[in-house]
Design a protein around this ligand. Sequence first.
Ligand code: NAP
Length: 258
Amino acid sequence: MHVLILGGTTEARRLAENLAAGTRPDLRVTNSLAGRVGAPRLPPGEVRVGGFGGAEGLARWLREHRVDVFVDATHPFAGTVSFNAARAAAVTGVPLLALRRPGWAPVEGDVWHETGSLEEAAGLLPSLGRRVFLTTGRLGLAAFAALEDLWFLVRSVDPPGAPAPARMEVLLDRGPFTLQGERELLLRHAIDVVVTKDSGGRATAPKLTAAREAGLPVVVVRRPPVPAGVPVVTDPGAAVDWITERLRPGTSPARTEP
Ligand code: NAP
């Protein structure tokens, strides 16, 4: 039985760990990573790195490697690969599950400005502050490049490339982050506005608490939707249950032969 996990997230790694610790020695697990991060934390099981070549390439891969079920456990903002996965599932008939950590929700005291895109977030910033803590990842910096009057503290796992804001300091770091660390960061850099994607999860949430405590506005970029028709679970345990149910002896996952 072959399970493919489209990964690059903590949840994907947890799912692979849960499957490796399970009671199915006949289970073959392949983890797929995009290859964006220089030194990724590797999950147990086989690991392949790099794109498939769109939905068609992914469908071909599913067939050639006789995948029985696959899980889209990519980041909530990795919209292209999620769309491709849904297309490939429709074409091949290989059952697909989306594993998405829940998004964040504002609590009392939060001053959130929700936007639909990085560009919209950039449009809001000049009215909210001058010193920005930007945590939306190194790949979306172009959206903020024209904001020459603002200063940015950009935190990312790997160094960003151009185009990027002219007035910027880069902090290379990877979560989990602590509340105390985030409080100190905001103070040290005299931050007056924070920008984040609604990534969800605990590892990067302390910045929201620190911003709330300091009374700072937070621009929150909303997630793209999960493609229609793809079932969704929010934790790796539920994904294991879904996989186990589909691979129960006597049940055969639907698969359309090429
Ligand atoms: P994306 O825009 O949805 O994907 C762009 C292309 O990268 C896809 O079309 C696909 O290429 C390839 N790709 C993406 N994820 C892949 C995977 N797990 N395995 C193989 N190929 C993959 O994705 P992204 O936003 O660039 O994110 C790339 C990876 O970083 C994802 O695995 C995601 O989980 C992780 N990540 C993303 C974010 C974020 O904020 N976007 C944050 C943390 C981690 P082909 O079309 O050639 O197959």
